[in-house]
Write a new protein. Sequence first.
Length: 204
Amino acid sequence: MAAFDEKNLLRSIRGNRKFSINYQVLVNGTPMHVSVKAMRLSDDPDHILIAMTNIDAQVEREKAYQEALEKSVTYASLAQALAADYFSIYYVDTKTDRFSEFTAHDAYKDLGIEKEGEDFFTLSRQNIQRVMYREDQRNFLDVFTKENVLRKIRDNGAFTVTYRLMFNGVPSSVSLKAIRMTDPADPHIVIGVSNANVSGQKYT
């Protein structure tokens, strides 16, 4: 009410300036975000134009972006703390399959694996044909499906698999572990790839 005062409004749009304010209105008992803007008509000095716009979708997008940003800061800090133990850490949305990589050692970066993308499981299955020790590929493909990973996480709390990657032409054992976020409403899982230092391979 204080902002939408006639004198304040006219003072704000004096010259070529505009007046704008965002607030919520009740529509059938439900709050809706709106933006109101006022401006003077260049060819009619006796009238002003006032427009109201529904900005609910914009507000929700900004809110979602801010929440994602806050989460990314938290998860990035966590990833940095774990970086010494993991070659790479991924954050994967199990609803959309979008993914982002938080950290990666130089040796892992040299493999040329995507840092982010739209389809984590499909890209991973494609990449292994290029970066994984050939004898381990078929067994990995058998167990590393989205359905199997999520089922193992649901039943056992985690999915793990050990295999060999080719670093500079030399096979090296690594362990992949996938877990779900602690928030039940969060559809994301975290996947870490670490140095296994074992002689055999396990497929669970």
